[in-house]
Design a protein around this ligand. Structure first.
Ligand SMILES: Cc1ncc(COP(=O)(O)O)c(C=O)c1O
Length: 365
């Protein structure tokens, strides 16, 4: 590391994203079609309404974006029945995570970023020089709130809770959230990261965490346009919180952090019910198909409530990952999450799922 860099940066282990299709093709010299099932993107692609809105607006790119997010904020306010001074925006929901850490965490204070959950919580904690504590998740793969309460030190500022959890795909039983919120004190900010909200609320009885914001609790809910709306490449995250937390975030937010095309696409995507419904159906069918095939193959997996599934390959994990890659199927190894015997596989189109199963059968025969 550069000797002049902040010494706290020594503990930052940067985020390693899933490999982009172009990189896999280049590295392995693959010229045939590549199936990317590594980053939980929407296999049906972007919302068509968003694509057409951007095409129409392309020539206005020379103008700065609306830094008040006026139209998008109105739309989200109306859709989710929240007032505008409760709505946050970020260049991806990851940016809001960083804004929260910068705005609230003094160096040395604690951030809770459970082990075997989304890595960016730990990264933002390290960036701001927090003490990052990584409690174990529940053996069934959801974030263990009892465990968090048990080990949380007094100087805890932020607790990050991914629900559904990434990479396991499991959800916290709603009554556990309720119990947790009854016990947790008001000197901590609780962040419910609901990046996969649309899937989870389709697949299960998903808790309404907005209730805590209505009550004025120190809660932030994070959502994104990267998943169901298929706009990961535009980087559009949003969130809900209290006016007081909103006000603190405005002090650290860089101007124009949501670009012009992103705002236009998000507004159009919110009206694209057809794309959302098709995406949910595709994911549901994909999960049913893959679970049944994995059962036939005797493979263990964690029950999922979202658009990816974590499958156990034991001591064959590395080999399976490499062979899939050589055959043009990119899945996510979980070494950065500290998990070495499972792979995370995004649910694809039926064609992609079938290709995955065919190759897996060949590899494991
Ligand atoms: C749990 C979780 N939160 C947040 C994100 C990032 O979302 P965004 O693209 O909005 O930054 C992801 C992406 O994989 C995720 O799995």
């Amino acid at each position: 590391m550069h000797p002049l860099a902040r010494w706290k940066l020594r503990s930052v282990r940067p985020y390693v994203p899933g490999k982009p299709i172009e990189e896999v093709a280049r590295e392995l010299g693959i010229t045939s079609e590549i199936y990317k099932l590594a980053s939980n993107e929407n296999p049906l692609g972007s919302s068509p309404k968003a694509v057409s809105a951007i095409k129409k607006a392309a020539e206005s790119m020379y103008l700065y974006p609306d830094d008040s997010f006026y139209s998008l904020k109105k739309k989200i306010s109306h859709r989710f029945k929240v007032q505008e001074n409760h709505i946050l925006f970020g260049n991806g929901s990851v940016e809001i995570m960083l804004q929260l850490a910068i705005a609230f965490v003094n160096p040395g204070e604690t951030i809770i970023a459970p082990r075997h959950t989304f890595i960016m919580y730990r990264v933002v904690g390290n960036i701001v020089g927090a003490s990052v504590i990584e409690p174990d998740i529940h053996k069934e793969g959801y974030v263990d709130l009892d465990n968090i309460l048990r080990i949380m030190p007094d100087d805890t500022k932020i607790v990050f809770i991914a629900n559904p959890n990434n990479p396991t795909g499991n959800v916290i039983p709603p009554e556990k959230i309720h119990e947790f919120m009854e016990k947790v004190t008001e000197d901590v900010i609780i962040v419910f990261d609901e990046a996969y909200y649309e899937y989870a609320s389709y697949f299960t009885d998903f808790p309404d965490t907005m209730e805590y914001i209505r009550e004025g609790r120190n809660v932030v809910i994070l959502r994104t346009f990267s998943k169901i709306y298929g706009l990961a490449g535009l980087r559009i995250g949003y969130g809900f919180t209290t006016p007081q937390i909103y006000e603190a975030i405005q002090r650290v937010r860089l101007p124009f952090n949501l670009n012009r095309m992103a705002q236009i696409a998000a507004i159009a995507a919110l009206d694209d019910n057809e794309h959302v419904e098709r995406s949910l159906r595709t994911t549901k069918e994909g999960i049913e198909y893959l679970s049944s095939e994995f059962n036939h193959m005797g493979l263990k997996y964690v029950p999922t409530f979202t658009n990816f599934i974590m499958v156990k390959f034991g001591d064959k994990t590395k080999m399976v990952h490499e062979k899939l890659l050589k055959n043009g199927v990119v899945v996510r190894p979980l070494d950065p999450y500290g998990i070495y015997d499972y792979l995370r596989i995004s649910i694809g189109t039926m064609k992609e799922n079938q290709k995955l199963v065919k190759i897996l059968k060949e590899i494991l025969r």
